[in-house]
Design a protein around this ligand. Sequence first.
Ligand code: UD2
Length: 302
Amino acid sequence: LSNHHILVTGGAGFIGSHLTDHLIPDNDVVVLDDFSSGDRSKVPDDATIVDADIRDTEAVSRALEDVDTVFHQAALVSVAASIDAPTRSHAINVDGTLAVLEGAREVDARVVLASSAAIYGHPETVPVPESAPKTPASPYGLEKLTIDHYARLYHERYGLEAVPLRYFNVYGPGQRGGDYSGVIDIFLEQARADAPITVHGDGSQTRDFVHVEDVVRANVLAATTDAVGRAYNVGTGSSVTVVELAELIRDATDSSSEIVHTGARDGDIDQSRADLSRSRNTLGYEPTVALRDGIADLVAHR
Ligand code: UD2
């Protein structure tokens, strides 16, 4: 992507900052972030910062001036937080996204949005295609399903070029933000300290872990595809069990950590794996980072 005027919401966060780093050499980039969990030092000097809440429609409109492409990554990403305080989570994730869609409608910008595998709830079968039943198991999942539908609707009703990407379990450098972190980050920290690796339940649950660099690639493809107004899975199409993950991480760190089993996490999803047929065939998306390599890279660079 080059010579575009781009807005990255949540551009100081985990995925947003990787996107910004990728885009900044060849594009004009504005980062909108409220720095509640994002990190100012992650934003490159050449990016313009708008320090604002995503629900602040005036700030969003200001950030959208001359923008042709939006990568909407700002969100409250914690499933647990959405269960504790659904009203607040809904406001940020749904009302905040509406502010972005409305602002984008005014300037006729393309919007690539962060949707989530959480919309599928407990999938009946894996791999999960985009057409699978949607029965979210958390407020967070329902909020993401809502914005996924809004994206489609804004395309159908208003002709907005909106493309929701349904992220599976994203990992990579810089994931830890605030008190929320993914299992890979948690296990790495435990393994490095030779502390017990805490597997929830029997650890037979599976996840499709996708490296943030592949997520950035999917976003760039979504910014240029002709096939807008529909959603795409972003994963790897492979999965591992949580016990396999614990072993992978223990081996990669040469750790002597013991793998211990704690109580199963309430509402934990059993199986998750993306069906990539649509993303491959329509977007030309192909994951490039194997989990083993992604973990080795995390171990090497820190
Ligand atoms: C992921 C997403 C979340 C949402 C959800 C949809 C991440 C970080 N989160 O949640 O945003 O999209 O998918 O379903 O990608 N685990 C342990 N020990 C630990 C921590 C976790 O065994 O100390 C297990 C956990 O019980 C789960 C798996 O690891 O089975 C992954 O947990 P997670 O919190 O990284 O991500 P997940 O899949 O719950």
